[in-house]
Design a protein around this ligand. Sequence first.
Ligand SMILES: Cc1ncc(COP(=O)(O)O)c(C=O)c1O
Length: 416
Amino acid sequence: MSKSLVGIHAEGKIYTDKLLDTSAAAARAISLYGKENVTNGSSGVMCDENSTLICLPTVETTFRNIGIRELVGYAPIAGMQDYQDAAIRHTFADYQPEGYIKAIATPGGAGAVSSVIWNYSDPGDAVLTHDWLWAPYKSMCSETGRKLQTFSLFNENKGFNIASFEAEVREILKQQDRIVIILNTPGNNPTGYTLTNEEWDAVIEVVKENAKADNKSITLLLDIAYIDFTNDPLKSRAFMKKFKNLPDNIFITLAFSMSKSFTVYGQRTGAIIGLSSSKEVIEEFTHVTQMTARTRWSNVNRGCMQIMSTICNDPLMVESLQKERDDSMGMISKRADIFMNEASKFELDVLPYCGGFFITIPTVKPDIACEYLQKNNIFLVPLAKGIRIAICSIPTIQVKGLAGQVVEALKNTSEK
Ligand SMILES: Cc1ncc(COP(=O)(O)O)c(C=O)c1O
């Protein structure tokens, strides 16, 4: 191409995605060798013991019963009222703090995260998150002229690194008046780490301390994509109660996603939920997030929102869906236990896994190790500082022995 035709902001952008590349490579291997001979730990979707994508039965039945007009019709920009209410009830469950709360529909958690980054930071601003992160945060920032800055998620005891968090928040707020902080917990992608309630107390303390000056504001963006896949999904929401009575220059936002919680990944449905002690802050939130929606994706999948409100308005369906989720989490936990036990026998360093879809092995040579594994038909995702295993998608039979194969790959790549 002799001359670039794109606007200046788009010049030089190259779209690459190691995650999708690994999934595509796994799919090619499966078509050549058969799924029983390929370990596909690339993608964050739940698969059963036959490597088949799971759609939870209560969701499937509801989906199939949605009328055609509900499926194909437009929806209000903010989502139907029933859906907004259901998203709020589902997100907070027994732990809804006092305050003004509003939900606006978004295309999945991704739409929610990008809307907050866009609306609550300025061009050129630093947005802060942990160093073990979901890679799209970075592109969402660069795409909108923000820069993603990171703090160390773990301290030397593999607990939340509050000192690193504090230092970065303080430093950034010396340079700019507002900051968006993204925390992905419970069941962080890629590590599976979940902040404890005590760690949450410390985080809130740091946030309050750094928002003392009136000219500063902090938007905390909680990416809770994996909240329903912990050992106790209800209790894992307990930290949300801590957000009551915060000053109005601290804004809490939660990225709710139906993708994992309702196993409707491709239906692109979620919500951004705002929580504030100030009515005006919530009114402003309602306007700016709807404007973003209208100008980027317009409205959200009506049929999928209807699935959620139908289920959430029926206590028996809520109960059966919860049981199905618990069973699926039981399956993931069993796989994770096998992996962790084998890993500890090999003294393989694994980041602390508390729940969610992924387990991560830290290493300095993730790409070479993953290439080695691929030669043995094992498809895992190389990250900047580790190897991510989507334990949610690997049948138990293939999890057995996997830790040993990772050890072997690391050994074989250590001299390279
Ligand atoms: C950490 C994290 N946040 C958000 C999402 C958003 O998912 P979706 O946009 O499908 O709701 C994902 C999906 O993989 C994720 O891993």
